[in-house]
Ligand binder design. Structure first.
Ligand SMILES: *[C@@H]1O[C@H](CO)[C@@H](O)[C@H](O)[C@H]1NC(C)=O
Length: 441
């Protein structure tokens, strides 16, 4: 039995431990982390990914972002994957309408919890109330690891998801490296064992829920412009195979898909439009030209205006200086190639313009504000909905140059710093998004 002296000793050490507690929203764990692993009173150390645990306000920290239990039946022979034997049952009928029409958009409980906790940290009552109102604005849920859709409550619910787990993901940058690698059986993991098949199985359980998916941000755009990057060249075949599998399987269970198409400052350059249209049309046709493959998503997690009052100086040289110009230029080329695509456009962080030093700057851009609220009233028959894809307040990437996931864009002078790891809560950034929201919250 431990003696009273032991407890006295323990008590004497406690103040020292207390001093080493991490502040609210600070890092408190993760691979390579040597700092404090406990949090100040009022917040709880919560593991968000292998690289990052964060002190989240409240004694009941929000549930971690959707992650899965580890696979229970690992394939014994991973090099010879068995294709799925159970084809999805029934043939869903695509709606000829805009997928959002007649449906209520499901609010992500995870994001709502993050926002509520963040609003509680803001002392100014007016700002705090504005911040809280963000919890009622639907954003997409990023399934960036194996994950399950939660049962939604009402009927006619529309759930917005981002499919984001390709092997060797984010091939031209570092901040969002994924869990699967091509070298380590990534394609079979993605298709069969740990991602798409499981996602599809979950979706099939809720036939009354309509699902709209953004497919793999940056992946196909990287194949248009970044094949000079070795990691992208190596990933080309795998990306195409995996996206093909994802589109076919999701279409078979009636999910409406929008492939990510970068933004005006990426594929919107005149020289990139035709190669982009050729690639997207080919991918569409290879996936069987399903009417569930609605089209393309643009400006995901970016900052461009849908329709800029005047061109931002950084866009000089590109006639397609905003998302509407880009979409209007791309759509006819897609149609020529046999893909009658419609679009969705992320405006979640596009409230403020003319912030960046270069158009390619994407990481936690300083001074950004929440933008136009999600609406199907888009002013363009080519655009099905204005959406918020990137959950505002979740970080784009760490500014810590020693982190294995550091990307130099996150250290630029127009990137807000200090910034925590990608996907984790960035309180200071969220507060700016609230105060600079346009239209105001
Ligand atoms: C930056 O990252 C390194 C490596 O993960 C870590 O040891 C260090 O404590 C981090 N610094 C800060 C300020 O978080």
């Amino acid at each position: 039995m431990r003696s009273a002296a032991f407890f006295a000793l323990l008590a004497a050490t406690l103040p020292a431990l207390t001093n080493a507690q991490a502040q609210t929203w600070a890092q408190c764990g993760g691979i390579g982390w040597t700092g404090a692993t406990t949090c100040v009173s009022g917040s709880t150390c919560t593991e968000l990914n292998d690289y990052y645990s964060q002190c989240i306000p409240g004694s009941n920290a929000p549930p971690p972002p959707p992650t899965s239990p580890p696979p229970t039946s690992a394939p014994t022979s991973p090099t010879t994957p068995t294709p799925p034997t159970t084809a999805p049952t029934g043939t869903p009928t695509p709606s000829a309408n805009n997928p959002w029409t007649g449906y209520q958009v499901y609010l992500s409980p995870y994001y709502a919890t993050e926002v509520q906790a963040a609003a509680a940290q803001i002392s100014d009552a007016t700002q705090s109330a504005k911040a809280l109102s963000v919890a009622k604005i639907p954003t997409f849920t990023w399934f960036d690891s194996v994950a399950f859709i939660q049962k939604s409550t009402g009927q006619k619910q529309l759930v917005q998801i981002v499919v984001y787990d390709l092997p060797d993901r984010d091939c031209a940058a570092l901040a969002s490296n994924g869990e699967f690698s091509i070298a380590n059986n990534g394609q079979a993991n993605y298709n069969y064992y740990n991602y798409i098949d499981q996602l599809v199985a979950q979706i099939q359980k809720f036939p009354d829920v309509r699902v709209v998916a953004v497919i793999e941000p940056d992946s196909l755009a990287n194949l248009v412009t970044n094949l000079n990057v070795q990691k992208c060249a190596n990933a080309q075949t795998t990306y195409l195979n995996c996206v093909n599998y994802a589109l076919k399987q999701l279409s078979a269970v009636g999910v409406y898909s929008y492939m990510d198409a970068g933004h005006a400052g990426w594929l919107g350059w005149p020289a990139n439009l035709t190669p982009a249209a050729q690639l997207f049309s080919q991918v569409y046709k290879n996936a069987g030209s399903s009417p569930f493959i609605k089209g393309l998503a643009t400006n995901v997690a970016n900052y461009n205006a849908l329709s800029a009052a005047t061109p931002d100086p950084i866009t000089q040289g590109d006639a397609n200086y905003d998302e509407l110009h880009y979409i209007n230029a791309l759509a006819p080329v897609l149609k020529q190639q046999g893909f009658p695509a419609t679009f969705i456009v992320d405006q979640g962080r596009s409230g403020q313009q003319n912030l960046r030093q270069q158009w390619g700057d994407w990481c936690n851009v300083k001074g950004a504000g929440f933008g136009t609220r999600p609406t199907t009233n888009t002013g363009s028959s080519l655009i099905d909905s204005i959406v918020w894809v990137k959950p505002g307040g979740e970080c784009d990437g760490t500014s810590n140059s020693s982190s294995p996931r550091f990307d130099s864009h996150c250290g630029l002078s127009d990137a807000a710093q200090p910034a925590p790891e990608a996907g984790t809560w960035f309180q200071a950034y969220f507060e700016t998004l609230v105060s600079k929201a346009n239209p105001p919250l």
